[in-house]
Design a binder for this molecule. Sequence first.
Ligand SMILES: [Zn+2]
Length: 430
Amino acid sequence: MNTTIIRNVRPLGGEATDLLLRDGRIDAIGPGLSAEGATVLDATGLIALPGLVDLHTHLREPGREDAETVESGTRSAARGGYTSVFAMANTFPVADTAGVVEQVQRLGEEAGWVDVRPVGAVTVGLAGQQLAELGAMADSRAGVRVFSDDGHCVSDAVLMRRALEYVKAFDGVIAQHAQEPRLTEGAQMHEGTVSAVLGLRGWPSVAEEAIIARDVLLADHVGSRLHVCHLSTKGSVDIVRWAKARGVQVTAEVTPHHLLLTDELVRGYDPVYKVNPPLRTQADVEAVREGLADGTIDVVATDHAPHPVEAKDCEWSAAAMGMTGLETALSVVQHTMVDSGLIGWDTLADRMSSAPARIGRLATHGRPLDVGSPANLVLLDPAARWTVDPAAMATAGRNSPFRDMELPGRVVATFLRGRATVLGSQLVDA
Ligand SMILES: [Zn+2]
């Protein structure tokens, strides 16, 4: 196994010290470490964080390899500082059986860039009609704990209740894509001033908030775990805050793009800004930042959604919804949350690593940077600045809404169980 000394690094942005990685673990921490045969990495000026964990990634394989593969998506993840991603179930075939989740798990192992944890569908074919084989997916080799129809809302209250009841038996969680379908029929963007000016069918905030309100009440009634995907409105933050105060077992995530971008960008009709849920208003951006800072929102999750060029290179109404995010997430969160003074690096590590690992029941990621922990970590240069160029990314998707933006912070190295998957900001083949 590799032995590496990371010299002069600042764990969670604290005092500089050395880390010794050996046999896949953090073997020692302290100044002036040495070890026979170790590779020494000068990390002066770099911050060490636990390897990032993405609770919401679309890897597209099986079935949409024209958009992304497990190989390209996980290379993208490693470059973004991730050591584990949860792969959403809206593939072809849908990940609604033990066979498909085991296939995704195996593809992730073969690629070897990050630990891929398959998400299982809640309903057969994501059709919202009957529950999928949740127990069989939980008992499979993939050990699924997170279930989601993401892309679709489990809008039937009886099915949602049953799903919440069912997953209690194996400590699972239902991750809901909160979108009331009737209120969003034909919707193209956030419903507000800009949609009125542009004449595009609006997507009201209440369509998200109504489902979240219903679901926190259901989760409370059933005594089960609910996770809210990509929360995007001020009202949603208020509902989750209220539910947590009541002791409901609810967690929530926000995407990097909802932390930074608003519906004003839609004025140019560039489909790169078309996403589900839609970009909201500045007041919503401020509310989700505040919610993330105070812990109402537990997690930053990318909702990385690569599309082939032709799905975005068309008129607004015909374009696919979604944005890439794995290689820009850490920089966007540094920019919006850390550099703005809302949170410190320790809180960023919680929201992007520890909390998602906890929610997904992933014991070997998101651990504190302590002696004995698995050596899953990322080193970043917080002082670096870079200009986003989608063509230079590892993802097959070119649909980054941050293209041409200058962002702070650069991933210099990523370690998965002590092996460098990224070094000098470049991928390292095994
Ligand atoms: Zn979604």
